[in-house]
Design a binder for this molecule. Structure first.
Ligand code: FAD
Length: 570
C-alpha cells in the first residue's frame, strides 16, 4: 500500500498542510474521467487550470499529501508571470516574491562582470521574480479549487496503466485502498522520475553531465540586494562554482559545486555543509553571521527530452517530458509553457473542436522547444561546470581575461529561460502577410506586451481562447464578423479586440484606445491598421496588413486542424 508522509514537512518559512487521502466511496461506480492529470507540481496544476479555463474538467492525482519539499524552483521569468497572470495567480506571486534584474560574476574573488536583464516600459512584469516553489504550488492549488472543475485527489499514486483505443485504464494506490479509473486522456506530469515514462518504456534522448552541486537553503540576515551572485573558482572551492540567490522570508540559497569524486551523502553531512557555507560567508565578508539550515539537496545537470510527448492517449509535460539543468532557470519555467500549450490544445480536442492532429502539434512544438532549450542549457552547463579539460581551459581563459580585457565581456551571456517561437508550427497560417512585416511578433512568436496606461497593458485584456486583434479605426468588415460568429457558433472561443479606435467598434468585444499609436507600432502596422490572430496560449498564428474574411477563415482552419469551420455565407 502507498504510504506518503503524514506529518508536515519541516520548514523555517512555509506552513505545510497535510491533506486527507482521497478514495472513492465503497461500492460507488466511478464514472470515466475526460482528463486525468498525474502530478500536482507546476506542470500538472497549470495544465488543469488551462483546461478549466476552457471549461474542461479534470482529475489531478497527487502521490503526496502535501506540496513540494524544499524551495526547488525559486526563479521565475517574465513569461512565466504572463502565463500565471492568465491563471489568476500573478498578483499573489508579485506580492510575496522578490523581483530582480541584475547579476554579478566574480572570478577568484574579483568582480569580472555585471549583467542587467533587459526590461522596457512595455513590460508589465520584471525579468525575474524569486519565490519558493511551495508558495507557487499553494497558490495554484487554490486557483484550481476556485474553478470548481479540478478534483484534487491527495495521496493518490498512479501505480499502473493500460492503454486502449478509446481510453486509458489507471490503477491508483492510496494509503486507504486501491481503485481503478478510466480516462479518455492521461497527462503525465509526474516529474523527473516519471513512473508513466517507465511504464511505457519510452527512453529520453540527450546528455547527463558529471559534477554535483549542493543546494542549501539557509535562514540568514544578509544586507545584500536581490540579484544573482556567481563565484567562479573561489579560493575556498578551487576550480568550482558557487551561486547565491536571495529568497523571500530571510532565506538564501547557496549552491556550490562539489569536487570530483565526493559522494552526495558525504557532501550533505552537517559538518561538511557547515564548513562550506561558513567558508562562502567568510569569503563575501559575513563570517560569523548566524544562520540556520532549512533544506539541502544534491543536484547534477541533465539535458534530456523524450522525442515525442504524445504516446497513444498519454501526453507528457514538464519534468516527465524533459530534464533541464537549473542553470538558466529552465525547469519550472519550461513546465509552465508546456502546460499552457497542452491545456488549450487538449481542451480543443476534448471539446471536439479539433482532431487529434492538434495533439501531435503539441508534441512537435514542445519537443522543438525542449531541443532549443537543451542547446542553450548545454552552453550554460558547460560554463558553470566544465565537463572536460578543454572546456575548463576555455572558461577560465574567458574569466581571467575579463579581469583586464573589455572585449571578452560580451562572451558572458545570461542564457536564461525564454519562450520558444513556434516559427514552423503547423498552426501558423500560410496565407497571411507574415513575410511582409518588418516589426512585431512573427507567426509562432509569443505576444509583445504594450503599455496602454499607467497600470494597463495589452496582455491584461487577453483571456482564454483565440483573440483577433484588429488595429485601426475603420469599422470591422461585416464578412469578417460573420466568420467570427460562425466560429463561435461552433463553440470556438474567439474574442475580437479593437485597438486604436476612440469609440467602441461595432462587433468588437472590447476596444482599447491607442492614441499615440504605440501598440500599432509595436505590432509593426501602418496607420491604416491590420490584424493579428493569437492562439489561446497568446502565440501569434496569423497576421495581416489587410484582413479579409477568407483569410481569417483559413487561419482558423489551420489553427484548429480537422475542425470544420462553418463555410462563409455565399
Ligand atoms: C533543487 C532544485 C532547484 C530548482 N530550481 C529551479 C529554478 O530556480 N527555476 C526553475 O524553473 N526550475 C527549478 N527547478 C526545477 C523545478 O523544480 C522542476 O522543473 C519543476 O518542479 C517541474 O515541475 P513538474 O510539475 O514537471 O514536476 P514536479 O514538480 O516534480 O511534480 C511532479 C508531481 O507528480 C507527483 N507524482 C509523481 N509520481 C506520481 C505518481 N506515480 N502518481 C501520482 N503523482 C505522482 C509528485 O508528487 C508531484 O506532485 C529546480 C529543481 C530542483 C530539484
Amino acid at each position: 500500500m502507498h504510504q506518503p508522509a503524514t506529518t508536515p514537512r519541516p520548514s523555517l518559512y512555509f506552513p505545510y498542510q497535510v491533506h486527507a487521502p482521497w478514495l472513492p466511496p465503497t461500492g460507488a461506480a466511478l464514472p470515466p474521467a475526460g482528463v486525468v492529470v498525474c502530478g500536482a507540481g507546476p506542470a500538472g496544476l497549470v495544465t488543469a487550470l488551462e483546461l478549466a479555463r476552457h471549461g474542461v474538467a479534470s482529475v489531478v492525482l497527487s502521490a503526496e499529501l502535501q506540496v513540494s519539499p524544499g524551495s526547488r524552483a525559486i526563479v521565475f521569468t517574465r513569461r512565466t508571470l504572463e502565463i500565471l497572470q492568465q491563471m489568476g495567480v500573478a498578483d499573489r506571486l508579485l506580492a510575496a516574491g522578490l523581483p530582480w534584474r541584475s547579476g554579478n560574476s566574480f572570478y577568484r574573488g574579483q568582480r569580472v562582470f555585471r549583467m542587467e536583464a533587459p526590461h522596457d516600459d512595455d513590460d508589465r512584469f520584471g525579468p525575474m521574480l524569486n519565490i519558493q516553489q511551495p508558495f507557487l504550488e499553494q497558490y495554484l492549488l487554490e486557483a484550481c479549487a476556485a474553478t470548481g472543475l479540478v478534483q484534487l485527489r491527495w495521496g493518490n499514486k498512479l501505480s499502473g496503466l493500460a492503454q486502449h483505443a478509446d481510453a486509458v485504464v489507471l490503477t491508483v494506490d492510496t494509503p486507504i485502498g486501491a481503485y481503478t479509473q478510466q480516462a479518455a486522456w492521461l497527462v503525465a506530469a509526474d516529474g523527473g522520475r516519471s513512473a508513466i515514462r517507465s511504464a511505457l518504456g519510452v527512453p529520453m534522448e540527450g546528455a547527463s553531465y558529471e559534477g554535483n552541486f549542493v543546494i542549501a537553503d539557509i535562514r540568514i540576515d544578509l544586507p545584500l540586494p536581490t540579484e544573482r551572485l556567481a563565484y567562479f573558482d573561489p579560493p575556498w572551492n578551487p576550480g568550482n562554482t558557487v551561486l547565491m540567490h536571495r529568497e523571500p522570508l530571510g532565506i538564501w540559497r547557496v549552491d556550490y559545486q562539489l569536487p570530483p569524486g565526493e559522494s552526495p551523502e558525504d557532501a550533505l553531512q552537517p559538518d561538511a555543509l557547515r564548513a562550506r557555507i561558513d567558508a562562502q560567508l567568510a569569503m563575501i565578508g559575513h563570517a560569523g553571521t548566524p544562520w540556520q539550515l532549512d533544506w539541502s539537496s544534491v543536484y547534477s545537470a541533465r539535458t534530456l527530452t523524450l522525442p515525442h510527448y504524445l504516446n497513444g492517449r498519454v501526453l507528457f509535460a514538464g519534468d516527465a517530458a524533459h530534464l533541464l539543468p537549473i542553470f538558466g532557470v529552465r525547469g519550472a519555467n519550461t513546465a509552465f509553457q508546456d502546460a499552457q500549450a497542452l491545456g488549450w490544445q487538449l481542451a480543443m480536442v476534448a471539446k471536439g473542436l479539433a482532431g487529434p492532429a492538434l495533439l501531435q502539434n503539441y508534441s512537435a512544438e514542445r519537443v522543438g522547444a525542449a531541443r532549443e532549450i537543451i542547446d542553450e542549457a548545454g552552453k550554460s552547463t558547460r560554463f558553470m561546470a566544465p565537463p572536460s579539460r578543454g572546456f575548463r581551459l576555455l572558461r577560465d581563459a574567458v574569466l581571467s581575461l575579463s579581469l583586464t580585457q573589455d572585449f571578452v565581456r560580451p562572451l558572458f551571456h545570461w542564457r536564461t529561460s525564454r519562450p520558444h517561437a513556434y516559427s514552423r508550427s503547423a498552426l501558423n497560417s500560410t496565407a497571411d502577410d507574415d513575410g511582409q512585416f518588418h516589426a512585431g511578433p512573427a507567426c509562432g512568436a509569443p505576444p509583445q506586451n504594450v503599455r496602454l496606461g499607467a497600470d494597463d497593458f495589452l496582455l491584461d485584456h487577453i483571456g482564454a481562447g483565440f483573440h483577433l486583434l484588429v488595429f485601426g479605426t475603420a469599422p470591422i468588415a461585416a464578412p469578417v464578423l460573420q466568420v467570427v460568429q460562425a466560429a463561435r457558433a461552433r463553440g470556438v472561443p474567439l474574442r475580437v479586440l479593437a485597438i486604436g479606435a476612440a469609440q467602441p467598434l461595432p462587433g468588437a468585444d472590447g476596444t482599447l484606445a491607442d492614441a499615440d499609436g504605440r501598440a500599432r507600432l509595436r505590432y509593426g502596422l501602418p496607420a491604416s491598421g491590420g490584424a493579428y490572430l493569437l492562439r489561446p496560449d497568446q502565440h501569434v498564428c496569423a497576421r495581416w496588413l489587410t484582413l479579409d474574411a477568407g483569410r481569417l477563415q483559413a487561419a482558423l482552419h489551420a489553427a484548429l486542424p480537422s475542425a470544420t469551420v462553418t463555410a462563409l455565407p455565399a
